[in-house]
Design a binder for this molecule. Structure first.
Ligand code: ASP
Length: 292
């Protein structure tokens, strides 16, 4: 039984297979490979795109998707997370997709070895399907080769599971990763670090902007985000005519993370990332439910 807690559980050939399958699914009408499968989503944190993306991915492959809402369940009546999960698994789903605010939850559920567990975002530790869809989006843009390309991850890096998973995957795939953030948002990590965005723009191929994760800050880091936006918002003036791919995992805080104008710019791939997310998640479901 294979799980997806973070991408390091996948071999390089499995990652390659996911990229290939995602490309095939993007360009051809997908076959109903998961017609006889039942997949449960169990989201303990808010989600717009990841949950619907998984739901659409499963349905496109013919799976029945069961959306379990913990806020309307026995978990809100005091049942433990483990008991909720065990109860769900007694109904024999083929996989459970889980999102939780605790870093360790997906691994803990995977260790119970009752059903394949797919991490759809855990605390600030990992969001592997986002990292894989970002990698796919970059591969597509750079004609299949991102080795040696440099990506700047900008913003609230310390609170971001997208950044943590991305840093691990992109470095493994041969990319250079640099971090750009004010000191409050910068993690202790052995990577090139910059406080000013303007210092890196001439030497990067990709900028990944991140949302300030206000819900994860115990105390507010900034009184208002105007001063932050002055330094870190990706604007047209800042980007100028540089040939840089601009990404963001969403949700975007307009004119704080990225300006309205840059969101409409052809270099901005935010919606392409969302679109690719479905195909990459289809490929991941195929790998975990059929090929492993
Ligand atoms: N959607 C991403 C996540 O779940 C990024 C964000 O919320 O800012 O981590």
């Amino acid at each position: 039984m294979q799980h997806l807690v973070d991408t390091d559980q996948f071999s390089l050939s499995q990652i390659e297979q996911i990229m290939e399958d995602a490309k095939t699914f993007k360009h051809n009408r997908p076959p109903l490979l998961l017609r006889d499968k039942v997949i449960v989503t169990l989201f303990f944190e808010k989600s717009t795109r990841t949950r619907s993306s998984f739901e659409i991915a499963g349905k496109k492959l013919g799976a029945a998707m069961v959306l379990f809402d913990p806020s309307k369940s026995s978990t809100s009546k005091g049942e433990t997370l483990e008991d909720t999960f065990t109860t769900l698994c007694a109904m024999e789903p083929d996989a459970v997709i889980v999102r939780h605010s605790e870093n360790s939850t997906p691994q803990m559920l995977a260790d119970m070895q009752v059903t394949p567990v797919i991490n759809a975002g855990a605390g600030n530790y990992a969001h592997p399907t986002q990292a894989l869809l970002d990698y796919f989006t970059m591969l597509e843009h750079f004609d299949g080769d991102v080795k040696g390309k440099t990506i700047a991850i900008v913003g609230d890096v310390i609170s971001s599971r997208v950044a943590s998973s991305g840093i691990r995957l992109f470095s493994r795939m041969g990319m250079n990763v640099v971090l750009v953030a004010p000191s409050q948002f910068m993690p202790e990590i052995d990577l090139p670090k910059y406080e000013k965005l303007d210092e890196v723009l001439d030497s990067v191929d990709v900028v990944m902007s991140l949302r300030a994760q206000l819900e994860r800050h115990e105390i507010p880091h900034f009184e208002n985000y105007d001063a932050y936006a002055k330094q870190y918002c990706i604007t047209k003036e800042r980007m100028d005519n540089r040939d840089i791919l601009l990404m963001h995992p969403g949700p975007v805080m307009r004119n704080i993370d990225i300006s309205d104008e840059m969101l409409d710019d052809l270099r901005c791939k935010v919606l392409e990332q969302v679109k690719n997310g479905v195909f990459v998640r289809m490929a991941i479901l195929k790998l975990l439910l059929l090929d492993s």
